[in-house]
Structure formats: structure tokens, C-alpha cells
Design a protein around this ligand. Structure first.
Ligand code: LLP
Length: 435
């Protein structure tokens, strides 16, 4: 089993993270529980900043894991922040994150969200469509704020990842295609506006990507495109934002490049392409989410029903499931697991870890190798720091778990566990149904 960050096996044979035993965490905070290794989260931020160097920018993609405490970590580490909705923007501002270091994304920003961004003074709007360009232009004019923008383009690159998280191809709900001429039209429109300052171009080709070539190809496509625009209009690309997407290790067979390899490949591709096209070297911006938050998170569950169907399968049901981690159900995502209170025991059983939702597809892991699980055991699923908490839901009216930050032997709740009152808080009873 691959132990990440500060994870280790303690004297009692229990999994420990951030100097705290996960069995203690399960007892104190209950399960399911999201545990975040603060040191590893910070270390990933630092590795990114160091690898890209001071002239470039690392923007943490909040959609991977966001709450006010995470905003503070990102701020303290000197990263920028990518938000994709009024809610994420509100969270960041509420945490005191400097608005000038915020990138505002989204393929369908509402007028209210755009105004929220303009009034807060966000550093960049990443404009996704011609319609948004018109709306932003009008609202920036009305508020008297000059908006600094990037245009999100689809470079026509198809990366090898799950179809639902692939975004660089032309047939995408995101961005403006270069091939169709829409990207050029948007640039002309942006350059003509007195309320908008076009700083650069953006693309994001997908997520959980292990090959470096598609990132480099996308960088070359954008640099060459920008060189063509410069020849036509004199506009010079200042900032090249290549999105996020670096994959992480979830289960055997996954072999992601290191952050440093990814950075070196991207920087080299941009330098070479810019030199070849005679373009001044732009500032490189990347937007990692998963590769910062993912490895830093572990989800703890308690084993409930163990059901052996002789000759078929052993189902081990845990007290969470697709409601706290919809990724296996949505993307056939694979994970590994351990029994946190029996780390030194041999993994002799092959079991299927099922959730507690009323849904046959609510299976977290097929064929996990574990010591034979007993009711009450604590199952830990590593690499769940990204897109678990943020995609969690209340299906079957299950309250959402707490998020706990661990560091140096201390554990602090950064998102409280929902309770039953939270579940009925927004329910309203029409008078005619009163009893
Ligand atoms: N920038 C943009 C514009 C994005 O759309 C995304 C992810 C990122 C950055 C961060 O990408 P990352 O470094 O995390 O790969 N829910 C899916 C992933 C959706 C990714 C959406 N956009 C999952 O659980 O796999």
C-alpha cells in the first residue's frame, strides 16, 4: 500500500495521518470522515510554485476541494485561486482571499455572478463565450471597472481520459474553437472594447491526464494561434493559461508524472514554441486542482454489514458511499483501500466495498484486497482529497461528512458534519399541509 505525505503505520498497527491515529479521528469525529493532510497539501502547493518559478503563476482550482480554511492555506502558500461560481467566489471572499489573485471561470456566468466578480475586483475573468464577452463588456462599462480577461479556447486536442472530464476537443460545452473562427471573432470583439483588457488565452484539455504530450501540444497550438493574431492585429500574448489536468495515483497501474516533470515539459514547450513563432515569452499559468488536493485527502468509513455470497462475492458495506464520493459511480474511478485499524495484517480477502445508498451502482471499490473485514473496522480510502467533498450530495438524506485538517498531531474540523436538522432546514410546509 502506497502511503502518501505524513501517512504512516503507528505502534498500534493503525494508520496515522498528520501525527493523528485515524482510529482516534473516527472515534472523535465519527465516520464517514474526510481527513486532509495539511503538510501534504502545502507541500504540493510549494512544489508547484518552485517548479514553475516566480515569473509564472499557479492557480489552485477550488472545485477540487474548497472551504474557507482551504482558501487560507492556498493564500498562505501564495497561490492564486480559480473559482467557477458565485458560491466559490463568495467562499473565497468570506475567507479573506485577496480578490486580485482570483481567476473567475465558468461557461455560464450569470449577470449577478459577473457583477459580484467586478465589484469584488477579481484579478481575471476567464471568458468562455461570445455571449459572455458582450455581457461582461456591458457590465464592466456600467460599473466603470476595466476587466482583465483571458479567452478560453478549445485547441482541438483530445486527451486520453474519461469522456466526462475531457474538455479540449472542439465539440465541448467549454470555450471558443480556434478551428471554427469563433476564437478569432472573440479576440476582435475583446480588443475593440474599452472596458476589457485582453491579457491572454486559456485552455484546459481535461483532467486526470498522465501523458505530457497533449499538454505540450495544446501549448503549441495556443502559442501559434497567438502569433497569428499578433501578425494581424499587433496584440501580444502576455499570459498563457494551460489549465489543470495533471493526473494522480489512485490505484495500481496509475503512473502519473511528477509535478516537476509536468512543469519542465510545459515550460520547455512554451519556450520553444514562442521562440519559433517569434513571440515574446508569455507568463505561464497553470490551474492544478486534483494534483494538489487529491493525494492529501483520505476518507474514513466504518464497516457495517459484511455479506458473503458463497462463490460469488463478499460485499462489505460502509457507512458512506456515492453520496460522499460519486466518482466511482460517475467515472468508473478506481481506488485502493486499507483497514486502518489492522495495517499490519495480511490482505487475504478480495472484497467489494459498497456504500449505503439505495442504488446498485453505489460501489466504492470492486475487488479490494484487505484483511477479512469485520463490522466496526475502519476502512480508509486514500487519494480522495479532490472531487469527493466538493461533489458530495444528500441522496437518501444522508448528512454530509465533516472535513478535518490534521497536522503535527492535531486535528481540527474545517467543515462540520451535517446533522438531521440541516437536512430539513430548507424544507417548507405549505399551510394546507399543516396538521
Ligand atoms: N481549470 C479548469 C478550467 C478546469 O475545468 C479544471 C477542472 C481545472 C482547472 C482543474 O483540473 P485538475 O487539475 O483538477 O485536473 N469531477 C471530475 C473532474 C472535473 C474537472 C473539472 N475541471 C473528477 O472527479 O474526476
Amino acid at each position: 500500500m502506497y502511503l502518501r505525505g505524513t501517512a504512516r503505520v503507528n505502534e498500534a498497527g493503525h494508520l496515522e495521518i498528520g501525527g493523528v491515529s485515524t482510529t482516534t479521528l473516527a472515534r472523535e469525529f465519527g465516520t464517514p470522515l474526510y481527513v486532509v493532510d495539511e503538510a501534504l497539501f502545502r507541500d504540493n502547493c510549494r512544489r508547484y510554485r518552485k517548479a514553475f518559478g516566480s515569473g509564472n503563476r499557479v492557480v489552485y482550482a477550488g472545485k477540487a476541494l474548497l472551504c474557507t480554511a482551504v482558501c487560507r492555506l492556498v493564500d498562505e502558500e501564495g497561490l492564486y485561486l480559480d473559482v467557477v461560481s458565485g458560491g466559490e467566489l463568495y467562499t473565497a471572499l468570506h475567507a479573506g482571499f485577496p480578490p486580485a489573485r482570483i481567476y473567475f471561470h465558468g461557461n455560464n456566468k450569470s449577470a449577478e455572478e459577473i457583477l459580484q466578480g467586478l465589484e469584488a475586483g477579481v484579478g481575471r475573468f476567464v471568458v468562455d463565450s461570445i455571449q459572455e464577452l458582450g455581457l461582461l463588456d456591458r457590465l464592466a462599462g456600467e460599473t466603470g471597472v476595466e476587466a482583465e480577461i483571458l479567452l478560453r479556447l478549445t485547441p482541438g486536442i483530445e486527451a486520453h481520459t474519461h469522456e466526462y472530464i475531457r474538455t479540449g476537443q472542439i465539440d465541448s460545452k467549454f470555450g471558443l474553437a480556434i478551428e471554427t473562427g469563433q476564437a478569432q471573432a472573440a479576440i476582435r470583439q475583446a480588443l475593440a472594447s474599452p472596458h476589457l483588457r485582453l491579457v491572454g488565452l486559456h485552455c484546459h484539455i481535461g483532467s486526470q491526464i498522465f501523458e505530457l504530450a497533449p499538454f505540450c501540444d495544446a501549448a503549441r497550438v495556443l502559442v501559434n494561434f497567438a502569433a497569428g493574431i499578433r501578425a494581424d492585429s499587433g496584440w501580444t500574448l502576455e499570459e498563457l493559461n494551460l489549465g489543470g489536468g495533471l493526473g494522480i495515483y489512485y490505484a495500481s497501474g496509475d503512473n502519473p508524472p511528477a509535478i516537476e516533470e509536468y512543469a519542465a515539459a510545459l515550460v520547455e514547450a512554451v519556450e520553444e514554441a514562442a521562440a519559433a513563432a517569434g513571440l515574446p515569452l508569455p507568463r505561464i499559468v497553470v490551474e492544478p486542482g486534483r494534483s494538489i488536493a487529491g493525494p492529501a485527502g483520505t476518507t474514513l468509513y466504518t464497516v457495517g454489514v459484511v455479506k458473503e455470497i458463497p462463490g460469488v462475492r463478499i460485499y462489505v458495506a460502509v457507512d458512506g458511499g456515492m453520496n460522499d464520493n460519486p466518482r466511482p459511480a460517475l467515472y468508473q474511478a478506481r481506488y485502493e483501500a486499507v483497514i486502518a485499524n489492522r495495517m499490519n495484517e495480511e490482505a487475504r480477502a478480495t472484497v467489494t466495498i459498497a456504500g449505503k445508498c439505495c442504488e446498485s451502482g453505489d460501489i466504492l471499490i470492486y475487488n479490494a484486497r484487505l484483511p477479512y473485514p469485520e463490522p466496526g473496522d475502519i476502512i480508509a480510502v486514500p487519494a480522495t482529497g479532490a472531487y469527493s467533498y466538493t461533489m458530495s450530495m444528500n441522496y437518501n438524506r444522508l448528512p454530509r461528512p465533516a472535513v478535518v485538517l490534521v497536522r503535527d498531531g492535531q486535528a481540527e474540523e474545517v467543515v462540520a458534519r451535517e446533522d438531521y436538522q440541516d437536512l430539513v432546514r430548507n424544507d417548507r410546509m405549505p399551510k394546507r399541509l399543516w396538521k
